[in-house]
Write a protein that binds this ligand. Structure first.
Ligand code: FE2
Length: 677
């Protein structure tokens, strides 16, 4: 007779405990144990750890699986159980972890695999192989419903020419494990409710009036954090306008300019004062001239907000990095085609002309930032990676384990965004100039522009010629984070893929990347996204990009939405007047008539605030609440990863003490593991 000691860990989440009967059966390479009822009297309470003994006639061999089964107490009383993990001490003296992190409902069965990771061709035991295939089939069924029938699908075309999405209309039809936790759900809706109530109380939410002065906006700033106050004080200054191209909400647009675009005929005469005697050509040669081109918005028609037409522009902005390292705008053309009624605005124009030109640029920023850099390049891509992972990688796959923390809440937040932000009645459609029909067009254009290199920070920085630009903290912190993630990914994957042939013959991995290429990047070879992997090096780079996108990149473009957008003139969601056709006509009143009305302003602010808010149930990069590994080396690699992140955090905090406006968004402490808001 031999004894197996079983420890069962009930999760700490809301209602994780159960009074249902839980049965367990151990499956080994040699035999399986009897199904044993785990003592029902004490129940499995939230956060509890309980120990049991399982007696077997002889050793079961190498443990392959643990089967869990739930039945109602006395045939009647049942409630589901959230099991975190099962830990088993074998008669041979081994301790084997079986991660679970799933709900077990009444009359359901769960089969858990050991934490030790394995590739499909390493899982050689026939029982283990069958179990692996069965698990994948079940995963795929979980992500596809037609009516009440489960089918093996999972992807859905959201709009032709954009990445496919999870085939679910409501978070309620998602498997419980990937839904928001109770804490996150209640907190999210309570914040949204409070925002709405506050808006109604102010009586401003439905006001169609223009602001009487910019100062009037001070009264509605409910939270005065440092960056918002900074925006309020400096929003109309060139230095801050230029700073935001590097370290604002969207540090992704600016690029070095070595030749002026033909449709942007800036002359030396126009910029001679700013360049202090130097010429554009000379400064371009020195690498001091930069461009931000919003061509992607060209020809898009503005939305109708509260019954009123709004106006979009597709500006070109020329910037100069001066000898003090300040990035300064030196010319702005608001529409793409040069003409007499499309003047090039200059800092030497009247103050009102120049400010209004910059306001149109900031509104263009709203469109490209929210739709391209935030929605598409972080949220929708993270969803693509999540769906492909859940459909193609079973839990013993090392890549599944590596990516698991980076998928948390992504499916639910994206379903909610599709319903409540970008749907016909959503906030973007209601309050943004880029909403309505133009939104889908912009999303399609943005998808067509997606390339692998723009998603990989080192390549992206070098393509944009920004390697040596001073005071580019997004780049400095981001590159360090990229390297730290890359180090973990390389060391972790090298443990399992010892040769390139291992990569080539991993059929699960090849299906994973094939779905990403086909469903996410629409099979576009020109995107540069691989459709298969031939080498470990290719795989390491791609997985680094996946984790960087879901964590760091999302933090960089998401977390500052209220910081930079809370002061509306710095990030107007919609503009009510067309761009000026000639200089010298703009007045302060014209600016106020162009900016969003009172109602659009406060509603826009409320949405930005909600989307910038951290949940109590969030985990910074490297903090992995689920215990998925029990092998020595992976555990050490995670420890090293956490140490690297702490050191980077210290470095960033030290640097930030020297800055007038600290750059905090890529401090690992402020970066979530996943796209969760
Ligand atoms: Fe977000």
């Amino acid at each position: 007779m031999v004894i197996y000691t079983v420890k069962a860990y009930t999760g700490k989440r809301h209602l994780a405990g159960t009074t249902s009967l839980i049965y367990i059966q151990l499956r080994g390479t040699e035999a399986e144990s009897e199904e044993q009822n785990l003592n029902p009297i004490k129940g499995f309470w939230q956060g509890s750890e309980r120990e049991f003994k399982i007696h077997c006639e002889a050793s079961l061999g190498e443990l392959i699986a643990v089967k869990l089964h739930s039945k109602p107490l006395m045939g009647l009383l049942h409630n589901r159980w959230f099991c975190d993990k099962i830990l088993i001490n074998t008669p041979e003296g081994d301790e084997i972890l079986f991660p679970c992190y799933c709900w077990l409902d009444c009359k359901e069965r769960l089969v858990l695999r050991p934490a030790k990771a394995s590739l499909v061709f390493q899982d050689t035991n026939p029982i283990a192989q069958r179990q692996r295939m069965r698990q994948l089939k079940e995963q795929q069924k979980l992500f596809g419903f037609v009516g009440s029938t489960l089918i093996q699908v999972g992807w859905r075309v959201y709009a032709k020419g954009t990445p496919q999405v999870i085939d679910c209309d409501t978070p309620l039809t998602l498997p419980a494990e990937v839904q928001f936790s109770y804490t996150k759900e209640t907190e999210f809706y309570s914040s949204a409710g409070k925002q709405l109530a506050a808006l109604m109380l102010t009586g401003l939410a439905n006001s169609r009036k223009s602001w009487e002065s910019i100062h009037q906006l001070e009264a509605i700033l409910c939270e005065r954090v440092k960056t918002i106050e900074y925006c309020q004080e400096h929003w109309d200054e060139d230095e801050f306008f230029g700073y935001q191209f590097l370290n604002g909400l969207n540090p992704m647009m600016i690029q070095r300019c070595s030749t002026l675009p033909e449709n942007f005929p800036v002359t030396d005469d126009m910029v001679k004062d700013t360049l202090r005697g130097s010429s554009l050509e000379q400064e371009m040669e020195k690498g001091n001239i930069f461009l931000s081109d919003y061509e992607m918005l060209d020809g898009l028609v503005g939305n109708v907000v509260s019954g009123r037409q709004q106006y979009l522009t597709a500006p070109l902005v020329l910037l100069y990095c001066n000898p003090h390292g300040m990035m300064l705008p030196i010319a702005i053309q608001l529409r793409q085609q040069p003409s007499k009624d499309n003047p090039i605005f200059l800092p030497t124009d009247s103050k009102a002309d120049w400010i209004l030109a910059k306001i149109f640029v900031r509104n263009a920023e709203f469109g490209v930032h929210e739709v391209n850099f935030h929605l598409l390049r972080t949220h929708l891509l993270a969803e693509v990676f999540t769906v492909a992972t859940l459909r193609n990688l079973p839990s013993p796959h090392p890549l599944y384990k590596l990516l698991f923390p980076h998928m948390r809440y992504t499916l639910q937040i994206n379903i909610m965004a599709r319903k409540q932000l970008i749907s016909k009645d959503g906030a973007i459609s209601k309050y943004a100039g880029v909403g309505g029909k133009s939104l889908e067009k912009l999303l399609k254009r943005a998808t067509a522009s997606l390339t692998y290199s723009t998603l990989c920070l080192p390549d992206n920085i070098s393509e944009r010629g920004l390697e040596t630009v001073p005071q580019y903290y997004y780049r400095d912190d981001g590159m360090k984070l990229w390297d730290i993630i890359n180090k973990l990914v390389a060391a972790f994957l090298s443990l399992y893929y010892q040769h390139d042939e291992h990569v080539q013959k991993d059929t699960e991995l090849q299906r994973w990347i094939s779905e990403i290429f086909t469903n996410g990047f629409l099979g576009r070879d020109s995107s540069g996204i691989p459709s298969s992997f031939q080498t470990l090096k290719e795989l390491i780079k791609f997985v680094t990009m996946v984790i960087f996108t879901a964590s760091a990149q999302h933090a960089a473009v998401n977390s500052g939405q209220y910081d930079f957008g809370g002061w509306m003139p710095n990030y107007p969601t919609a503009l009510r007047k067309p761009p000026p056709k000639e200089k010298g006509q703009t007045t302060e009143d014209a600016i106020l008539e162009t900016l969003p009305d009172v109602g659009t302003t406060v509603n826009g602010m409320a949405v930005l605030k909600l989307l910038s808010k951290d949940s109590a149930d969030h985990y910074p990069l490297g903090h992995f609440p689920e215990n998925l590994h029990d092998e020595e080396v992976p555990c050490k690699l995670i420890g090293d990863f956490q140490k690297d992140l702490r050191e980077l955090s210290d470095l960033i905090e030290k640097r930030n003490k020297t800055l007038e406006l600290p750059y905090t968004y890529l401090n690992p402490k402020n970066v979530d593991n996943s796209v969760a808001i």
